[in-house]
Write a protein that binds this ligand. Structure first.
Ligand code: ZN
Ligand code: ZN
Length: 275
């Protein structure tokens, strides 16, 4: 599906599997169980190491080699780099293969350049295991206000004289929280401002209380509804719903609990849930 101009292919069911693919940016976030399409994504940005988010990494790596695709690049939080190296060392012994890949360890305050020219910057998502979300930023040159309206020939002459004509502007195109407590919305302005936000909302009704949800390190729809006015995003995707919910439970809860101003921008990821 396409949200605010960005193509997204996704599967995400709490405790089962998560994989969010952005084909145009040539990347995916998290691979719990590797969907066939995700094998095509060279870069995978991992939020945390719970099995439903990282369990498919070795399969992804091996399948790319089998298909003679270039070695993948895995972006992980610094706290998980060493263990992931050990995991691949064990898999190399077991699989009798190279499992060639590039491992990039980054944390909040750092950035990595993506294949489509955007930049990914991690932010902290509070969860039971160390977790980082990612914001994807585009950069472009913009004519300085004082030069707007000048003729192209004049701008060319000024440029030749070494006059600074442009400044660089950044736009947060996309943000993905990974698994998180609702506090990420208050803590990280980019979560509220990114053009497209993909956020986990694991529990949606009273079958699991807000307290129980928080003890598991997740977001409850009730907590999103209380903060509805904070979200400035053009489009939002809610993901990682508990496997207990049917599609109609989720839709009913969204319709009942969210104000129209937010509801109309929200697409729930219902794939894999019974109708
Ligand atoms: Zn999860
Ligand atoms: Zn988790």
């Amino acid at each position: 599906m396409r949200l605010a101009g960005i193509e997204i292919e996704a599967i995400s069911i709490g405790g089962v599997e998560t994989c969010i693919e952005l084909p145009e940016a040539k990347l995916a976030f998290d691979i719990g169980r590797c969907p066939h399409s995700a094998v095509n994504r060279r870069s995978v940005l991992f939020t945390h190491a719970h099995m439903d988010h990282l369990g498919g990494v070795a399969y992804h790596c091996a399948t790319r080699a089998l298909r003679r695709l270039p070695p993948p690049r895995y972006v992980v939080g610094r706290e998980n780099g060493a263990a992931l190296r050990e995991l691949f060392a064990a898999w190399r012994k077991l699989d009798r293969s190279e499992l060639e890949h590039e491992l990039v360890e980054i944390g909040p305050g750092e950035e990595v350049r993506l294949d489509n020219g955007w930049f990914a910057r991690p932010f902290r998502s509070p969860h039971r295991a160390p977790c980082q979300g990612y914001a994807l930023w585009s950069r472009r040159k913009k004519l300085l206000d004082e030069h707007v309206g000048r003729a192209p020939a004049e701008l060319a002459r000024m440029r030749a004289q070494g006059v600074a004509l442009e400044r660089e502007v950044e736009q947060a195109e996309f943000a993905f929280t990974g698994d998180t407590l609702i506090e990420v919305v208050e803590n990280e302005s980019v979560v509220r401002a990114a053009r497209v936000l993909v956020i986990e909302v694991t529990f949606v009704d009273e079958r699991v209380s807000v307290d129980e949800c928080r003890s598991k390190g997740h977001v409850h729809l009730e907590e999103v509804a209380e903060r509805a006015e904070l979200f400035q995003n053009e489009a939002l995707m809610f993901t990682h719903f508990s496997a207990r919910y049917r599609q109609r439970d989720i839709l009913r809860a969204l319709d009942a609990r969210l104000p129209a101003s937010l509801r109309e921008r929200v697409t729930p990821l219902l794939t894999g849930h019974a109708p």
